[in-house]
Write a protein that binds this ligand. Structure first.
Ligand SMILES: Nc1nc2c(c(=O)[nH]1)N[C@H]1C(S)=C(S)[C@@H](COP(=O)(O)OP(=O)(O)OC[C@H]3O[C@@H](n4cnc5c(=O)[nH]c(N)nc54)[C@H](O)[C@@H]3O)O[C@H]1N2
Ligand SMILES: Nc1nc2c(c(=O)[nH]1)N[C@H]1C(S)=C(S)[C@@H](COP(=O)(O)OP(=O)(O)OC[C@H]3O[C@@H](n4cnc5c(=O)[nH]c(N)nc54)[C@H](O)[C@@H]3O)O[C@H]1N2
Ligand SMILES: [Mo]
Length: 802
């Protein structure tokens, strides 16, 4: 089984809007595909509702007054994928050896359906075989006790509830380890490092009402139509109010161009679409710091001129516009003058609330337009136009995603976003603020309750006092450090609370070899994936309930909770019948592991499992300010907010102010090896038919790709310059010194609206290209959106998915 798509690949331009009938049809098809046409629609009615369950797809806000159907195409897919009627049961594992399953594609592995009971790897039969829960816990406990805590890694993917995450970090710390890497290390970690330095907040500060009160949105490097489609409704409402939406993205993404609301009958029938972006700037990948410097330069220099002269005369722009560049600037200065403004920057805010402005301004002025244009791929006029729009807005939301964070300069990029916001006081006023659009549905929340490798970020003293143990104080492993320790043979055991670590990380080929040498791999999971079929010497699959399922415990059916992208907490109650009676909940599995590993402790594990409200009480005791009256507020419509001092312009930074921080460079320095005439900069992307490593199918409707994922998006000029033709198969080779030999083969060329010199391919297929060392040194986030690659014609290879 190769996982080859059933139909031959088709590539054609998609000219519909995001949403629309395509989306409505797709939801129906998904329910059919997972054999759940009857229970599906009923269940979906409870998705993201105050009394229902919180979607397991993205982390976008759940409004207090939801739409009758508060879900999107991709949320419906995630639901269908979880409540599917398909099963990877005992008979399935009896039929297939692990050697065989290791040749299956990501899609085919998960497509087998839900895991049904605990399994242990048997080396004699090369199969996973059923095992009793207690026997599994006992052996895992014995193995963990035989290892040093430094040798064990406890990974969390961002779906686990606040309750499960809190228990998991406590288990790891009581065992003696701070090795708590998580999916966030590959995702928004650049935000988690940069935002505290800039504004003293570890998360975005925007809430839903900011989208309702802004007069401008900067939408940077996030693919809303695929990755967080419900946010498209908020963008649509804003667009309908006449809000300017300025998009900065590597690609032309359909969801950022046009949207038709599949849940608004009038739009569906009338054929009306909403134009989302009023300005669309296609930046080169890795060009955001330069582009944002350019926008800041236009603002600062225009402000300089206004302050000097008190008139609309601005640097480089005489009264008579000589070219388009000057035209934009003059129009801008004129509009400022018309509004009788004497300056463009919010000097009162800068003076009262920030440090570092003068230094940032002089570094910004010193960057030449030529350099900024070359690195960003935008023209001076475009950057000035964006600045003009920015300066004419009273309240701006700046939202961003992975195209900013997954970079060698990820932290620098986020600093630049904060700098732009600070120039006009766009933090801590209604309708403004920074929105870090989060990925996994509880990735933000798991950090809030202690999942972190950094001892300084966990309330260790409090945990010590509450549970009477001495927590480890050493710095644990982040995701890339876990990979390093596994590659070096230092880590001996890997426990995964969800996720598909082996596919999500860089250097996947090397990692697989090292992974097989681990003494112990334990996966708490809902579905089979590659991190399970490639396994350690002793390997366990511990199947858990999903969030959508009824979680019956001693005190009755349980609820869990999550934190959304806008820092609101929500209760979630499962509605679906569990996939199997052999499943346990994540809290129950963690408690089982903890008791078997740690013996008697001061933690009432069994009581917690019997009634999750008691876990929430413990969370509240640990974080009294954040989780005040947790159980009482659990189902508050719209969620209850997490206190965010930066929203009130209280800056929890060492200076007590918000800080302008200027990146030291515009673009990373790479030690490139090979024929540079064949060099392109690669970004990796998600299709509209996947959730991370979960590949639902082989369709990327908005980008017009059907039936394959083995493609590379290229600019037409590059295709011709390199002597290729569209549809031809090529290979990509990592072009960095010390990274020789990393390549992927047989990618079909698609001509696409992407700047020259750049290209894009799908994640996780492209991950073998990324060397582990290729990450942001400050946040350790892998640079998944910027890798120098060389392209060559494929010899004798054909594209094979999987
Ligand atoms: N359906 C679906 N939903 C998801 C997920 C999924 O896989 N499928 N994953 C979830 C997770 S964990 C996450 S983190 C989010 C991810 O959601 P996104 O943040 O949207 O991440 P990507 O899909 O990787 O795409 C990033 C976008 O950045 C652009 N880009 C790439 N490089 C650059 C650059 O250098 N500069 C600029 N300005 N733009 C760039 C790309 O063109 C693309 O539009 O979505 C979450 N939601
Ligand atoms: N090249 C490249 N690599 C990337 C990225 C990229 O843009 N480019 N993006 C990165 C990002 S942003 C992220 S977040 C990571 C994602 O990395 P991960 O979070 O590790 O991966 P997922 O694909 O989300 O994990 C899917 C698996 O989770 C399990 N699962 C699903 N639901 C549940 C549940 O309720 N409970 C439990 N216990 N298990 C469950 C299933 O077994 C499923 O197979 O990948 C990163 N890797
Ligand atoms: Mo993510």
């Amino acid at each position: 089984m190769t996982g080859n798509p059933k139909n031959p690949p088709k590539i054609r331009a998609y000219d519909g809007p995001a949403g629309g009938w395509g989306s409505a049809r797709s939801v129906g098809e998904v329910l059919l595909r997972e054999h759940i046409p009857a229970k599906g629609p009923n269940l979906l009615a409870h998705q993201n509702k105050p009394d229902g369950y919180m979607c397991v797809s993205c982390a976008w806000a759940k409004p207090a007054k939801p739409h009758p159907l508060e879900f999107c195409e991709n949320g419906a897919k995630a639901t269908a994928w979880e409540v599917t009627d398909r099963r990877a049961d005992v008979e399935f594992f009896a039929r297939h050896s692990l050697t065989e399953l290791a040749s299956w594609s990501d899609h085919d592995l998960e497509e087998q359906g839900r895991l049904t009971q605990p399994m242990r790897f048997n080396p004699d039969s090369d199969r996973y075989e059923p095992v009793e829960w207690e026997a599994a816990f006992a052996e895992i406990g014995r193995e963990l006790r035989a290892l040093a805590p430094e040798q064990v890694d406890f990974y969390t993917s961002g779906r686990a509830s606040l309750e499960a995450s809190y228990m998991y970090q406590l288990f790891a710390r009581m065992y003696g380890s701070n090795n708590l890497p998580d999916s966030s290390n590959m995702c928004h970690e650049s935000s988690s490092v940069a935002l505290p330095e800039s504004i003293g907040a570890s998360v975005g500060t925007a809430i839903l009402s900011d989208f309702q009160n802004c007069d401008c949105i900067f939408y940077i490097a996030q693919n809303v139509g695929t990755s967080s489609p419900r946010l498209l409704h908020d963008l649509q409402d804003a667009a309908d109010r006449g809000v300017r939406i300025v998009t900065i993205n590597l690609l032309r993404e359909r969801g950022l161009e046009r949207f038709k609301n599949p849940q608004a009958p009038s739009q569906m029938l009338s054929g009306k679409e909403t134009i989302i972006s009023t300005e669309y700037y296609q930046v080169r990948n890795g060009g955001d710091t330069a582009a944002l410097f350019g926008i800041c330069k236009a603002l600062i220099e225009t402000d300089d001129a206004l302050r000097l002269t008190g008139t609309s005369k601005v640097t480089g722009a005489d009264a008579e516009p000589k070219d388009q560049t000057n035209a934009a600037q003059v129009a801008y200065a004129a509009s400022i003058a018309a509004a009788d403004k004497k300056h463009i920057l919010d000097h009162d805010f800068i003076k009262e609330h920030t440090t570092g402005f003068e230094q940032f301004a002089s570094i910004t002025r010193a960057h030449s337009w030529e350099e900024l244009e070359r690195v960003s791929g935008l023209s001076r006029q475009q950057m000035e136009q964006a600045a003009n729009t920015y300066a004419n807005a009273q309240a701006v939301v700046i939202a961003y995603g992975m195209g900013v964070t997954q970079h060698i300069m990820g932290v620098d990029n986020v600093h630049m976003i904060a700098n732009l916001a600070l120039l006009r006081g766009n933090i801590g006023k209604p309708g403004a603020n920074i929105c870090a659009v989060r990925g996994h549905s509880n990735v933000q929340g798991q950090r809030t309750v202690g999942i972190t490798e950094k001892p300084g970020l966990a309330p260790l003293d409090k945990l010590a006092q509450l549970y009477r143990f001495e927590p480890p104080r050493w710095m644990g492993h982040s995701t890339v450090e876990t990979c390093g320790a596994i590659l070096r043979g230092e880590s001996r055991a890997f426990i995964g609370l969800g996720g598909n670590f082996l596919r999500a990380v860089p250097d996947t080929d090397l990692m697989e070899k090292a992974w097989r040498k681990l003494r112990l791999t334990v996966a708490i999971a809902t579905k089979l994936n590659r991190s399970h079929v490639v396994h350690g010497e002793i390997a366990y699959l511990l199947p858990c309930l999903g969030r959508l399922e009824i979680d019956e415990q001693e005190s009755g059916p349980q609820a869990v909770s999550i934190e959304s992208s806008i820092a609101h907490f929500h209760g979630s109650r499962g509605r679906a019948t569990p996939a199997s009676t052999g499943l346990r909940s994540e809290p129950a599995i963690i408690a089982g592991l903890a008791k078997a590993t740690l013996g008697a402790t001061a933690v009432p594990w069994d009581r917690w499992v019997a009634n999750y409200a008691e876990i929430r009480d413990a969370i509240e005791e640990t974080y009294p300010e954040t989780f005040k009256n947790f159980n009482k507020r659990l189902f508050q419509p719209g969620g209850f907010p997490r206190p965010l001092p930066a929203r009130e312009r209280k800056w929890v930074t060492p200076t007590g102010k918000a800080n302008f921080i200027a990146p030291a460079r515009l673009f990373p320095e790479f030690d490139i090896r090979g024929d540079t005439s064949r060099l392109l900069y690669l970004a990796t992307l998600r299709s509209n038919d996947q959730f991370n490593t979960t590949v639902y199918g082989y369709s990327d409707r908005f980008r017009g790709v059907e039936g394959t994922r083995m493609v590379v998006f290229m600019n037409g000029e590059d295709i011709r310059r390199l002597g290729f033709v569209e549809g031809e198969s090529i290979d990509l080779h990592t072009a960095l010194a010390d990274a020789a030999g990393r390549q992927i083969s047989g990618l079909r060329i698609i001509e696409y609206a992407i700047p020259e010199g750049c290209c894009a391919a799908y994640y996780p297929e492209a991950n073998p290209l990324f060397p582990l060392a290729h990450h942001d040194k400050k946040s350790k986030t892998p640079s998944y959106k910027l890798l120098p690659v060389l392209v060559s014609r494929s010899i004798g290879t054909t594209a094979v998915d999987g």
